[in-house]
Design a protein around this ligand. Structure first.
Ligand code: COA
Length: 186
């Protein structure tokens, strides 16, 4: 008998619905991926053509949950896609993942990033029973550092030339939170 596909988990917060990506989300995600400010610290160059985003969105739909999973961060009322959250570098059996996130520049600084990432972490530490979540963040990415520090992640050091974007090598700060960390200990 063919294996039954496990449905993509839907995570809800007061203002958001985190759900599986759909092909129709491509124009909204293009607003993010084509924006040089939003892409300044991302791990790929700025998109110049909608087709690039359409291809990426297809990859976000086709997740391999034991290794990586993307959620579209959608407005709870209109269901419009406002960005993404993900875990990747996943070793679910080893109970460790890395995480990533992006919010549409037009909707930043409204607390949506914290709301979305917090919901995904609850899922990771709760449903998936993970032990460690980590984030790789460029030292100049103030917004991302603030967000992750507010969520109880601790900085564990600088990784030199950890990421290659186009022809450039970039440093990253390694942040992590353990399931056993208590809020306020960071
Ligand atoms: C990081 C990101 C997701 C934050 O999204 P957001 O919805 O604006 O975040 P929030 O509104 O929840 O804010 C989280 C904290 O960061 C702070 N913050 C957000 N943007 C900031 C900025 N540009 N400069 C300084 N602080 C900022 C907020 O003030 C808030 O702290 P506070 O509650 O003490 O005020 C968003 O800036 C983004 O998409 N950046 C581009 C993609 C990216 O770099 N992703 C991370 C890769 S590691």
């Amino acid at each position: 008998m063919p294996k039954q596909a496990i449905p993509h988990p839907i995570l809800t917060t007061p203002r958001l619905r985190l759900r599986q990506f759909r092909a129709e989300d491509a124009p909204a995600m293009h607003d993010c991926f084509a924006n040089p400010e939003a892409m300044r610290f991302w791990n790929t160059p700025v998109h110049t053509k909608p087709i690039e985003t359409e291809r990426v969105v297809q990859r976000l739909i086709d997740c391999t949950p034991s290794y990586y999973r993307f959620w579209a961060v959608a407005d709870a009322g209109s269901d419009r896609c406002l960005g993404l959250v993900n875990y990747h570098d996943g070793h679910i059996r080893s109970r460790r993942v890395a995480i990533g996130y992006m919010i549409d520049p037009a909707r930043q600084r409204q607390g949506l990033g914290i709301e979305a990432v917090s919901a995904m972490l609850d899922f990771c530490f709760g449903e998936l029973a993970l032990h460690r979540a980590q984030a790789f963040i460029h030292p100049d990415n103030t917004a991302s550092r603030k967000l992750i520090e507010k969520l109880g992640f601790r900085c564990e050091g600088l990784l030199r030339h950890n990421l290659r974007v186009g022809e450039d090598w970039r440093d990253d700060l390694l942040y992590a939170r353990l399931a056993t960390d208590r809020p306020g200990d960071a």
